[in-house]
Design a binder for this molecule. Sequence first.
Ligand SMILES: C[S@@+](CC[C@H](N)C(=O)[O-])C[C@H]1O[C@@H](n2cnc3c(N)ncnc32)[C@H](O)[C@@H]1O
Length: 199
Amino acid sequence: MSAMHPAAAEPLLPPRPTALAHALLREVIRAGDLVIDATAGNGHDTVFLAMCVGAGGRVLAFDVQAAAIAAARARVMAAGVGERVEFFQESHATMDARAAVGSVAVVMFNLGYLPGDDRRVMTEPGSSLQGLNGAVTLLKIGGVLTVICYPGHPGGAEEASAVVPWFKALATTGWRVARYGTLGTRRPAPFLLLGSKPA
Ligand SMILES: C[S@@+](CC[C@H](N)C(=O)[O-])C[C@H]1O[C@@H](n2cnc3c(N)ncnc32)[C@H](O)[C@@H]1O
């Protein structure tokens, strides 16, 4: 687990959803895989994915904001994994036009706004659900979809209340789905949704 408690220099438990997503996906992604970062933002997840797929793998990274693409690209270049990543400054809503059906091992969504930037540009329920449907099409059997929701952020509760039922509905089609999050917080805590595509 990468997140450390600042005082104790020990793993932060329970882990943040971002750290938990990385820990779980590290076990799933294989060298040479094709994977998707649906919300590149500052590029932390993009770099994580690029490291996991290795030199023979590929990451497709989406964000609607030029500032996010620039920040993510800079982080990817600094990590020395630039040749593994293709950036698209466009909505993840149309990601299904960018890869073949059933070809993708993992799709990550980290909803909300770009930390440290314009909070008016944030993911929205309509395009998020379109993107999630695209991810379902692109994932291969056994592929994994992760979504981090921020119900404590402005607009985040509405988005979470659209995404959670969509995720639950996947279970009725054979997907194995789960929700992980911290209990007892002052504000609604961010949580991780994870689904595995069935045969
Ligand atoms: C919480 S941030 C992502 C953080 C990022 N994964 C990281 O590791 O730094 C959410 C990002 O989603 C982007 N975004 C908002 N709507 C989008 C859309 N329809 N398609 C793709 N990205 C979108 C925002 O511009 C923002 O950069």
